[in-house]
Design a binder for this molecule. Structure first.
Ligand SMILES: [Zn+2]
Length: 498
């Protein structure tokens, strides 16, 4: 770059529209966010510097060495053929231009519902941030190559259902731009809790609709989307109520900080960031955005999602991909395995029938409920380790149960057996009482005499019988619950709140 072209670029560098933080998560400038709202000087310099680099690379095809959309589809098909015993491929929808949105599922029982947490990775949300799609294919291949000899690969395949969507925005990728083919930023296209830009489902982009329908089909415990343009693990909330830039914690702030730190601390240098303490940031503290995918995941789909910025350069030369992969590999693996290696996991059962109950689990002081699955009533509640949590299981028609736990760094198995609000035994007692109240007609004088003279004895007998019945029913329910637990591979040590 010579001096003349440098001078030509000077007005561009100083233009207010460029004086924003890196564009990875945001980008479409928020008109209410002041350009100078507390941004460090080095951010402007860095953004300007990047522009110069981008200008000088203009004639070079950035996609050289990257997989095209058809290369990616072929790589995914090859993968599911090569690793067919632990994977399957399925489609969640199509882009505006009709490109299929393919997903790979990796599990020892792909496509089968199990009492295990599910995790998803989404790459290439922004078309011009293609590093994620490359990393995700490397991740899938690494797991397949190292299963079962590597303990992390083994844990992920055997205890988690991992779903990978390498490209959410294949049209943006082929057009080399951020938005989709309709020029919509997909990370602003989800319903928002504060300022919904477009809340009509009909206006939503097909890529966004595909994600929303996907989350109706699969109960994900946690997830992350991969972006580029910075190096940080970003967690909810992404937006603030008053649109001002400030730390805006969600109810699970502690949990999210814990999760984001798992990623940043396992990374080559993310946690050493000078810009973000510990390599993590609350989205709104960085810069607020609305209609983002991660907030919607947490609010509407019960899924703890992070937004990961995995490389400072949005579109680095392809020969840098092996290094970026090495820098992110442990983080990507550790984040997936954290859904099985941390938090509370268990099932909810009925004391009366022993059947699984699709109830909910709540933690005192955290305004966020986690639902149990319909098939196995399994729940997976991510939490940061702590001295004390008060955990409550609830189900309509059943009495809630609460227990106090201490959560270590590892996972905790905690099952609940809930009693119905009105048990069968109580029903029987009521019916006996009803009956006694209506007896005493003229034709039943002898019975009436016996009843009245021995009322106390009968009453005690009925109570004893009802008690024995309840005990027998409970024993049967527990036996059936234990059998069920063993069948589901619940492990030998499980705390049960009965
Ligand atoms: Zn992005």
């Amino acid at each position: 770059m010579n001096l003349v072209s440098l001078l030509r670029l000077l007005p561009l560098i100083l233009s207010p529209s460029l004086l924003y933080p890196v564009e990875s998560r945001g980008g479409e400038k928020d008109p209410l966010l002041h350009p100078l709202s507390g941004l460090a000087h080095h951010t402007y310099v860095r953004t300007g510097k990047r522009l110069l680099e981008e200008q000088s690379q203009k004639r070079v095809d950035l996609a050289k060495g990257y997989m095209s959309n058809s290369d990616l589809e072929k790589a995914m098909k090859d993968f599911t053929q090569r690793c067919g015993n632990i994977s399957r491929m399925y489609r969640i929808g199509k882009s505006v231009k009709g490109v299929p949105l393919w997903v790979i599922e990796i599990s020892d029982n792909p496509g089968k519902e199990e009492a295990e947490p599910a995790f998803k990775y989404i790459g290439n949300v922004h078309g011009d941030e293609p590093v994620g799609r490359e990393l995700l294919m490397r991740l899938a291949n690494w797991i397949c190559d190292n299963y079962p000899k590597d303990p992390l690969a083994e844990l992920i395949v055997d205890k988690v259902h991992l779903h990978i969507l390498p490209s959410m925005n294949p049209d943006g990728f082929s057009l080399r731009k951020r938005g989709n083919a309709n020029d919509i930023d997909l990370n602003r296209d989800f319903p928002d809790q504060f300022f919904s830009v477009n809340n009509e489902m009909g206006r939503r982009q097909p890529e966004t609709r595909a994600i929303m329908n996907w989350l109706r089909d699969i109960r994900f415990t946690a997830s992350a989307s991969l972006h580029g343009g910075a190096l940080v693990a970003n967690y909810p909330w992404d937006g603030t109520e008053d649109r001002r830039r400030s730390y805006f914690p969600c109810p699970d702030d502690e949990t999210f900080r814990f999760m984001a730190s798992i990623y940043s601390r396992s990374h080559h240098n993310m946690s050493l960031s000078k810009e973000f303490e510990g390599g993590i940031t609350n989205g709104a503290a960085w810069y607020p955005i609305y209609g983002a995918m991660q907030d919607w995941n947490y609010i509407h789909a019960d899924c703890f999602e992070l937004t990961l910025e995995v490389s400072d350069n949005k579109w680095p030369p392809a020969n840098e991909l092996p290094t970026i992969w090495e820098h992110n590999r442990k983080s990507m693996l550790n984040l997936i395995s954290s859904v099985a290696k941390t938090g509370i996991h268990g099932k909810i059962f009925s004391s009366e029938t022993g059947r699984p109950l699709p109830g909910s689990v709540m933690i005192k002081g955290i305004n966020h409920t986690v639902k149990a699955g319909r098939a196995f009533a399994d729940y997976h509640r991510l939490l940061a380790p702590a001295e004390k949590y008060e955990v409550m299981a609830t189900m309509t028609g059943y009495k809630s149960k609460t227990t106090i736990i201490r959560l270590e760094a590892g996972p905790m198995a905690l099952d609940f057996i809930l009693d119905p609000e009105v048990s069968n035994g109580e029903h029987r007692l009521e019916s006996v009482c009803d009956c006694s109240c209506t007896t005493g007609g003229s034709g039943l004088e002898v019975m009436g005499f016996l009843w009245n003279s021995h009322l106390e004895v009968y009453f005690v007998l009925v109570i004893v019988l009802a008690f024995v019945c309840i005990l027998l029913l409970r024993k049967r329910a527990r036996l059936s619950f234990l059998r069920h637990s063993r069948q589901q591979g619940g492990g030998p040590k499980r705390a049960v709140v009965a």
